[in-house]
Design a protein around this ligand. Structure first.
Ligand SMILES: [Fe+2]
Ligand SMILES: [Fe+2]
Length: 296
């Protein structure tokens, strides 16, 4: 894969020049160039206040109850350390792309919420889930805003550019995490992949379980958010129907989608014996050009 433009880190280092080939050796070089990484604990940064505020997002009122779990998530979040440059990157996203910033924080806490479920039998390290959530969409900051905010269908070229964000984030994370990069960079690269190989950018069928979790929450939030490319967002119900259908088609992890549903329902059903129907039970947004290009 080749880059279209120069790629700079948040501290203005030129990481790759336009046209550069991205491969193992260029990526390793970037990780080595990072040198010693300066970490900072989340609780001593503005991020902790923003994460706390994110719990008050009304759209997730049902999913983000009860209160005790939220406190637990916030406590774990406070204890994780992230590279100072990643923090700087997030601060810049907050200013430039407030929607993306809120989205990133929502993904971080909701993924932690699902990962805390005892049905997953401690298969997830919650701190790692949150680090991956915080890093998953940083590549968006390198996509021109006029493309991100477009209200009309994208041109094939624009779609190609947007689809670069997983790779751009992945490259940036090599620099921000240095030699520790492979612990925290993969969800950025994989969160738009689908288990049947229909995702992007690599059409993977084998996807890391952390990335699978992030991608389900990511899809949910993308659907129920107000976006320029549709007049109204999906309702939580129609979004859940959408996820169920994706799971049925073998694109998303069915067990994780089911777990998410147990949180999304007011009566908080148990996973065992959970009844779901894949019939459409709610209306879809009227004008929605998400994922469409002018040629389809
Ligand atoms: Fe993304
Ligand atoms: Fe995302």
């Amino acid at each position: 894969m080749h880059l279209k433009n120069n790629l700079y880190s948040i501290d203005k280092k030129l990481l790759l020049t336009a046209g550069a080939k991205v491969n193992e050796s260029t990526l390793n070089r970037i990780a080595r160039r990072a040198g010693e990484i300066h970490y900072i604990k989340v609780k001593s940064t503005p991020l902790i206040k923003d994460l706390k505020y994110t719990f008050s997002d009304e759209r997730y009122e049902v999913m983000l109850s009860p209160e005790e779990t939220n406190k637990k998530i916030l406590k774990i979040a406070g204890e994780i350390s992230i590279p100072k440059l990643l923090l700087k990157e997030l601060a810049s996203i907050k200013k430039k792309l407030p929607y993306t910033y809120h989205h990133i924080l929502i993904i971080t806490i909701l993924s932690a919420k699902v990962a805390l479920d005892h049905h997953l039998e401690n298969r997830y390290d919650i701190g790692r889930v949150m680090r991956l959530g915080l890093a998953h969409d940083i590549g968006k900051s390198r996509i021109p805003q006029q493309i991100l905010n477009k209200t009309k269908p994208l041109t094939p070229q624009e779609r190609k550019i947007i689809r670069m964000h997983p790779l751009l984030g992945y490259i940036l994370l090599h620099y921000y995490y240095g030699k520790e990069h492979n612990k925290y960079d993969y969800a950025s690269y994989e969160h738009h992949e689908r288990l049947d190989g229909s995702g992007y950018p690599r059409k993977l069928k084998k996807i890391n379980r952390y990335s699978q979790l992030i991608s389900i929450i990511d899809t949910l939030d993308a659907l129920i958010s107000r976006r320029p490319y549709r007049r109204a967002p999906y309702t939580l119900r129609s979004a859940v129907d959408f996820l169920l259908n994706e799971a049925k088609k073998g694109r998303l992890n069915k067990r994780l989608v089911y777990l998410l549903i147990t949180y999304a329902r007011k009566d908080k059903p148990l996973l065992r014996g959970l009844k779901v129907s894949t019939k459409r039970r709610d209306f879809l947004p009227v004008y929605n050009v998400y994922g469409k290009t002018i040629h389809n």
